[in-house]
Design a protein around this ligand. Structure first.
Ligand code: ASP
Length: 591
């Protein structure tokens, strides 16, 4: 039917006068009294097809019968449009195809939503009819950008001697981070596989095998409660390298990220990316993935307010907490009503209130100003560099509550006051994460990155005398890469020494028995000349979302799940037949 197909969006000036064959969908159809215009669309874009009923009555009657989204084959001659009919909105807008054959390959029902709009369409409807949604220009552009990104990832890494290796999808369940998705084994009754949360163990094994640079563009699965930027299955660009230090990993990733940005959106990024220690990020921004596109930095005022007459402050310090503040140079633009809203907002982060005062040209007004002594006023003014009109918000509580509260308030105020330059891409390395964190409620340590991450050599000794108070002093050779306040990747140099690995299991409360059951193959492998190694994984979905400035990760995944983990198009997950369950020896019981 097609002997040589031309893509609609690629019809070009050099083809003027030539015959072309097009295949695509009707984007728009207009009949202007005998002259019929069809905008025909395929994956490459749109070209205008014209039929003149006085010249081609038969073709015109077919053209007249088509409706939006009919699938057509068109043959005709390319011609230049006259100056007044040029359409600058189309790449092919100076040309059109005068059709002498139009064949309806398949009619279409009327789509449940318009495909030619960028306006918001009900998302459930879009997901239910994803095949139509993907015909929309915005979605087509996204999928193509994603394709370009994965292609450049493959070529860049191949050029840097990485080898693409697949690792299994059906794995042993070793729940440590998030919850595993489980798959029952029919032939091993009562046994389950787990879908990989990451190919972590296998990529380390590949290092032992001597494939010294591995990568994979790989689906990973985490059975978590879904938030706006999470999906139960997501794509990682997973890498592992032998004989490297953190510096080599960072350099390679910077080159890779620059190539992805160039290929996906045609922009150059400035290298190297800025770096910040975890401690500095927490101190200045209250979170380990700070958005550095705007100021509004936090400051610790525990020292200045240690004898405060404001009871909430003294109580927080007395129970081992901290006091931090967020000075906002708003020049009076934050209203009383906004302060009330912020006070309500911070409750989400377990803050019990939002003390504040306003500094105005040397005077302290409102809020808790009456509790602030002359000395404290002088010290706060100096430390915070107060001048003009500044609203100063406080949080005093346990350290994590304080940081969480002020980090989120900072972002909210940054958005409210339009302080964030949405056109910028601020990349940042966050380095020197703590190796462990202590969970007060469960009274145990957790690995901050994961349990195969190596401590800094000079901190290994500290592990033996670790207490919840000193936990932050043991730093790991772990690093995160952040873009505009979103973590887009993270990794670490690994433990390749069995004794250090045992020490790590020890502090995590994983018995030798348990370690053997879960990871014996990795522990064994480490004994056979494992090279020093490290790696990283980048979240491809998030990177594409940020680069294309999409507001949801679902917009960059061809077939995403809803926040309830459902596929609106295929209706997964769904019940299975009793026979299937019987075969698996599974019985569904009421909760
Ligand atoms: N496997 C880790 C993750 O998924 C990344 C890494 O350490 O390479 O976060």
């Amino acid at each position: 039917m097609f002997t040589q197909r031309t893509y609609c969006g690629e019809v070009n000036d050099s083809q003027a006068g030539a015959r072309v064959q097009l295949g695509g969908w009707v984007d728009k159809m207009r009949d202007l009294g005998g002259i019929i215009f069809i905008e025909l669309r395929d994956v490459s874009g749109i070209v205008q097809v014209v039929v003149d009923s006085s010249k081609n009555p038969d073709v015109a009657s077919v053209a007249d019968s088509v409706r939006n989204e009919f699938c057509l084959r068109v043959e005709g001659t390319v011609r230049r449009r006259s100056a007044e009919t040029v359409n600058p909105a189309l790449k092919t807008g100076t040309l059109e195809v005068e059709a002498d054959i139009i064949e309806v390959l398949n009619p279409s029902l009327t789509p449940p939503f318009p495909l030619d709009t960028r306006n918001s369409i009900n998302e459930e409807l879009r997901l239910q009819y994803r095949y139509l949604d993907l015909r929309r220009e915005e979605m087509r552009e996204t999928i193509l950008a994603r394709h370009r990104a994965t292609q450049v990832i493959r070529s860049f890494l191949t050029d840097n001697r990485f080898i693409e290796i697949e690792t299994p999808i059906l794995n042993k369940s070793t729940p440590e981070g998030a919850r595993d998705f489980l798959v029952p084994s029919r032939i091993n009754r009562g046994m389950f596989y787990a879908l990989p949360q990451s190919p972590q163990l296998f990529k380390q094994i590949l290092m032992v095998s001597g494939f010294d640079r591995y990568f994979q563009v790989v689906k990973c699965f985490r059975d978590e409660d879904l938030r706006n930027d999470r999906q139960p299955e997501f794509t990682q660009v997973d890498m592992e390298l032998s004989f490297v230090t953190r510096e080599t990993v960072i350099q390679i990733i910077e080159g890779l990220v620059a190539a992805i940005v160039k290929e996906t959106i045609g922009q150059a990024v400035e290298l190297p990316f800025p770096r910040m220690s975890y401690d500095e990020a927490m101190a200045r921004y209250g979170k380990d993935a700070p958005d550095t596109r705007f100021g509004l930095e936090l400051a610790d005022c525990g020292d200045i307010l240690k004898n405060s007459s404001f009871n909430v402050f003294s109580a927080a310090l007395a129970s081992g907490g901290i006091i931090k503040c967020l000075p906002v140079q708003d020049e009076g633009s934050i209203s009383r009503k906004m302060i009330d809203d912020y006070t309500e907002y911070v409750k989400t982060f377990r803050a019990k209130g939002l003390p504040y005062f306003r500094y105005r040209d040397g005077a302290f007004e409102g809020g808790i100003s009456k509790f602030i002594s002359e000395t404290e006023r002088a010290e706060l003014s100096a430390k915070l560099g107060l001048k003009g009109s500044v609203l100063v918000f406080f949080a005093s509580d346990r350290e994590n509550v304080v940081n969480d509260t002020l980090a989120n308030l900072r972002l909210k105020i940054g958005r409210d006051l339009n302080l964030i330059d949405e056109n910028r891409f601020n990349f940042l390395w966050v380095l020197d994460f703590p190796l462990l964190e202590y969970d007060d409620e469960e009274r145990r340590y957790y690995a901050k990155h994961h349990m195969f991450t190596t401590p800094k050599a000079e901190h290994i000794g500290l592990i033996d005398s670790l207490t919840p108070e000193t936990v932050n002093e043991v730093k790991a050779q772990a690093y995160d890469i952040v873009l505009n306040g979103v973590e887009i990747g993270g990794g670490s140099i690994r433990i390749h020494n069995t004794d250090v690995q045992k020490k790590m299991f020890g502090v995590l409360g994983i018995s030798e028995e348990e370690a053997k059951i879960k990871f014996s193959f990795l522990l064994e492998a480490l004994k056979y000349g494992a090279p020093p190694h490290g790696g990283i994984a980048l979240g491809l979905d998030r990177i594409i979302m940020l680069l294309l400035r999409r507001s949801s990760i679902r917009d960059v995944i061809p077939f995403p799940k809803t926040q309830k983990g459902q596929c609106m198009m295929s209706d997964a997950p769904s019940p299975v037949s009793p026979a299937q369950l019987r075969e698996l020896s599974i019985k569904v019981v009421d909760k």
